[in-house]
Ligand binder design. Structure first.
Ligand code: IMP
Length: 433
């Protein structure tokens, strides 16, 4: 069955949007199965730039069916805002965009819960503030969760919110017990009216997306699954607790869309030619070398600022141990190396090839954050290149040092490389297979 998954193998922001966009032409469906508006997918077409957060990247192409699966958490105002923005620039959005009736709904109290939890310095995770974690907490806890399908039943929704909102107000007061801050108070009826308004706009898009996808596979359609965040942020296998609250590995496809994993026959792992991370948590190859250092240079040239929050991303050298770990977890068939052009002009490059953990050299990834925090990187140094590579069309056209660097990444990770990206535009891509 023709299912493909595009998955980030680092801490997110690996430029997955570009690859999904490139592959979009070969696919009838593009599906999101995890996360919500915490993601930021950027697509550049010539002088047009699109930044999507909640909607699947496929929505830019009206002939592609775009699906927000049941594993996604949906903030309706954001959904409407993104749809409106696309329509305003001439991209039609209609029946080509579907939302699962089983996806869970984010309410403003989720964001408030998150704000209050993050205000506690000791428990701070550096989240995006989009209410993602609290909404997934409610999903798993079941009692206070609302699914998208429930927005379409006005009386039922009002009753649910009348139960949930007073409880949430009490919970937020408890969060603030030791702080002087007053939490926002929410009114169930007002919230219900607001969300019933959103429901009118959402209604034509809401359906049983699992059934739609089963029918698509039965009809031999090509389906692309777009993982949000990166594998190192996966709630089970990432650097817990500094992770997101969903399964960002391809394992999330089954639960987050209802499509069995054996339907996915091609898994493409996306990596940057270096590493970035936004939010807290261990990052052994981080370049914390000040305002004139290489870390800052990569941040500026790579425009490493969060698409969602605008936060400066932490930057560092490529960590082949981390990527080998996630490539194995994700079961990738191939990898793509993104943003290679950002490294042009550096006299030498470093590649993480192991760690020193309490005096012992290790070559596996300790996914336990408390061990990872104590890991010191062991590097291999390679020569850099000074040429502008942004117009190169073939691998052979790259400077020898750049080619060697790409080859070494493939060798270290043990996977073939299918694309090398040398700039944000679609045309700035070297196809290797
Ligand atoms: P949350 O997903 O907002 O709960 O944030 C949890 C962690 O995941 C934080 O470190 C965020 O910065 C990070 N995170 C969430 N979404 C993304 C993403 O799309 N790219 C990169 N980091 C992300």
């Amino acid at each position: 069955m023709p299912g493909t998954c595009v998955v980030g193998l680092q801490w997110g922001d690996e430029a997955k949007g570009k690859i999904v966009d490139l592959l979009g032409d070969q696919n009838d469906f593009v599906v999101r199965f995890n996360g919500g508006a915490n993601a930021g997918h950027t697509v550049v077409w010539g002088d047009r730039k699109f930044a999507l957060s909640l909607l699947p990247t496929g929505v830019l192409k009206p002939h592609v069916q775009s699906v927000i699966g049941n594993g996604v958490v949906v903030y309706p105002p954001r959904f409407i805002e993104e749809v409106d923005k696309l329509r305003a620039v001439g991209i039609p959005v209609g029946a080509n965009l579907m939302v699962s009736n089983h996806a869970h709904v984010i309410f403003p109290y989720h964001m408030e819960e998150e704000r209050l939890a993050e205000a506690n310095v000791d428990a701070k995770l550096g989240t995006t503030g989009r209410g993602i974690g609290p909404c997934y907490q409610d999903k798993v806890g079941r009692r206070n969760a609302v699914r998208v399908g429930e927005l379409l039943r006005p009386d039922h929704l009002r009753e649910r919110l009348r139960q949930i909102v007073p409880f949430k107000n009490r919970l937020m007061h408890a969060h603030c017990a030791d702080a002087s801050a007053e939490p926002k108070a929410f009114d169930a009826n007002r919230l219900c009216d607001e969300y019933l308004g959103y429901a009118e706009t959402l209604k034509p898009h809401v359906c049983d997306t699992a059934r739609v996808l089963h029918e698509a596979f039965a009809a031999g359609k090509n389906v692309l699954f777009e993982a949000a965040q990166g594998s190192l942020l996966d709630v089970d296998h990432g650097t817990f607790p500094y992770v997101t609250s969903s399964s960002s590995l391809p394992s999330g496809i089954w639960s987050g869309s209802g499509v069995p994993s054996r339907a996915v026959t091609r898994i493409i792992g996306i990596v940057k030619a270096y590493t970035s991370r936004v939010g807290r948590g261990p990052f052994p190859t981080e370049l914390d070398d000040g305002p004139t250092g290489i870390g800052e240079r990569i941040r500026q040239i790579g425009r490493e600022f969060g698409t969602v929050t605008g936060r400066p991303r932490r930057t560092g050298w490529f960590d082949s141990i981390a990527v080998k770990y996630t490539a194995t977890l994700a079961g990738v068939d191939e990898i793509t190396v993104m943003l290679l052009d950002v490294l042009s002009g550096l006299p030498e490059l470093k590649l993480g090839i192991g760690y020193d953990l309490d005096g012992e050299r290790i070559t596996h990834f300790p996914s336990d954050s408390y061990d990872l925090e104590r890991c010191k990187p062991i590097y291999e140094t390679m020569p850099g290149w000074s040429e502008d590579i942004t117009k190169v069309k073939t691998l052979a056209g790259l400077p020898t040092a750049a080619r060697r660097y790409v080859d070494r990444i493939g060798e270290m990770v043990g996977k073939k490389i299918s694309f090398v990206s040398i700039g944000p535009d679609r045309d700035q891509t070297i196809h290797l297979s």
